[in-house]
Design a protein around this ligand. Structure first.
Ligand SMILES: [Zn+2]
Length: 532
């Protein structure tokens, strides 16, 4: 009887255990099991190196500017769809934007993202250590965004396989930073709720080392604005007194801002271009537009610059008897990265290490550094730069609209070593390495770090609790996210349309055909490296 009761008790206990197992499943990984999973995923990512290379070469060859990433998006979503991800296309009213989702049941929801767009006039043959455009004047990957999504997709597909094989609960969400160079998609994703039900985000960006940072990132946030003035046309010689020049207004606005510039704190940066400066000299311009990026290291500072610019625009309109309107074309919050995710990731970075560069890789890197008169002529990085910590001494510089996501959910940016150090950025020289073994090896290293970090968060729920605690109680303690765009601001999806229309027919001839060639260098018949 006693024995029977004991057996019955065991059965009941086992029954309860089986019932609660799915909920507890992700908490039951021992340190040894986690190490084993990580070892396995590192091998899987390495085994994917060929696929990563094809993705990098392919996106490089599409050379698409922001909001025009049609080929890149069609190609990348097809890969993910084939792997069982469900795709939501055209998110936030942006035709080239999408979100890919795959779930294995209850568990953390992890977003993995990177940018895809390229740079105007940066067309360049890869592997060639001097300026040699593939298509003169055409856009090109002179930043290296072609390598980011391949890092993410490689990590996502390998983690997916591991999750299936080991019955690990969780959801993977892969998403592209569309039009990052215009900082014009991520704030819209946030506004439209695409990050509401996501636990954390791992973002990646091309760099020349393998690193992650936490706290306020170096660089700025920004608001991107276009002011349009409207006046009255007239014959410039016959009856100029009947005209009111919109171009005069735009020029006066620029003069006003340039006087203002002297009184800006050095951490603030601003730059502008004329997007419409009239049609021909003998017609008084009835319309003119000027486009500004206004940057600072705080939200309040950016909004103060915005107010000042509005005042200067109104002054210019008064002086010229013209009318002015403005449109927000992009926004980026100053970035703040999560300490818990960064520290977790840094352990994986140290484990993965930098790629082993070949002699050819180093020869190319040094030749490019020399070609652009870089202060750094040491070639590719061979020492990890280490975990980036807040210095208390903020540095000005570029922006990335990942800032808006970093103020919505716990986020980090992994910088991976697919490019050459010491180049000036947004330049043809930054495209040279981007479809060579340098980019390919750097991306594999990046994918290893992303994949092992995702494994950490899938297997150790306490890490996510700590990451959220940092986000809520430290990062957001004094600063609260306020969007710079309104509910109504549309994403400026018309940008770059005309440029891509002009160049796409010529660029199409250069699309990478992976069915015929092993690498893009092979297709282009380029000896690696090609030196002067
Ligand atoms: Zn970028």
């Amino acid at each position: 009887m006693l024995q029977y009761t004991a057996s019955l008790f065991k059965i009941i206990v086992l029954g309860i255990f089986l019932l609660v197992t799915p909920v507890l499943a992700q908490q039951k990984f021992s340190t040894r099991q986690i190490q084993k999973l990580k070892k396995e995923i590192l091998q899987k990512v390495e085994a994917q190196h060929k696929n990563t290379q094809v993705m990098i070469d392919k996106v490089f060859s599409f050379s698409e500017l922001g909001f025009q990433e049609y080929e890149s998006s069609a190609y990348l979503t097809a890969l993910l769809e084939n792997a069982g991800f469900s795709i939501e296309r055209g998110i936030s009213g942006i035709p080239t934007a999408w979100m890919a989702r795959w779930t294995n049941g209850e568990g953390p929801v992890i977003a993995l993202g990177s940018d895809v767009d390229c740079i105007p006039k940066a067309s360049q043959y890869p592997g060639v250590a001097y300026h040699m455009p593939m298509v003169e004047g055409a856009p090109g990957h002179g930043e290296g965004h072609n390598s980011g999504i391949p890092v993410i997709v490689t990590a996502a597909l390998t983690v997916q396989e591991l999750m299936k094989n080991n019955n690990m609960g969780g959801t993977l969400v892969v998403w592209p930073g569309i039009a990052e160079e215009l900082v014009a998609s991520k704030a819209w994703y946030v506004r439209d709720g695409y990050f509401d039900k996501i636990d954390l985000c791992i973002f990646t960006h091309v760099s020349s080392n393998l690193s992650v940072s936490y706290g306020q990132a170096n660089g700025t946030g920004l608001i991107s604005l276009e002011y349009t003035f409207e006046g009255e046309a007239a014959h410039s010689a016959g009856s100029p007194w009947r005209g009111r020049s919109a171009l005069d207004a735009a020029e006066l606005m620029n003069v006003g801002w340039n006087y203002k510039r002297e009184h800006l704190h050095p951490l603030k940066r601003s730059h502008s271009i004329f997007t419409d400066a009239g049609d021909q000299p003998n017609v008084v311009p009835s319309k003119a537009s000027i486009w500004y990026y206004l940057r600072d290291i705080t939200y309040d500072g950016i909004m103060k610059m915005y107010d000042d610019a509005n005042n200067i625009a109104a002054g210019a309109a008064l002086m010229t008897d013209t009318k002015v309107t403005s449109q927000v074309l992009g926004t980026a919050w100053p970035r703040h990265f999560n300490k818990v995710i960064a520290e977790t990731m840094d352990v994986n970075i140290q484990n993965v290490g930098l790629p082993s560069w070949s002699e050819a890789d180093q020869i190319l890197a040094k030749a490019v550094q020399k070609e652009v008169n870089s202060k750094n002529e040491k070639g590719l990085s061979i020492v990890l730069s280490g975990l980036g910590k807040p210095s208390g001494n903020p540095r000005s510089g570029g922006s990335d609209d990942i800032g808006d996501i970093s103020w919505t959910i716990p986020t980090v940016t992994l910088r991976f070593p697919s490019n050459i150090p010491g180049l000036q950025g947004h330049h043809w020289s930054n495209a040279i390495a981007m479809a060579t073994p340098i980019a390919h090896k750097g991306a594999t290293a990046g994918a290893k770090v992303v994949a092992t970090t995702v494994i950490d968060f899938l297997t150790q729920p306490k890490l996510l609790v700590s990451a959220k605690d940092y986000f809520q109680n430290i990062q957001s303690k004094e600063t609260k996210y306020k969007p710079m765009i309104t509910e109504k601001d549309p994403p400026p999806i018309y940008l770059n349309e005309a440029i891509m229309k002009q160049f796409r027919p010529q660029l199409e001839k250069f699309y990478f055909d992976e069915t015929k060639y092993d690498t893009y260098l092979e297709q282009l018949n380029i000896e690696y490296p090609t030196l002067k």
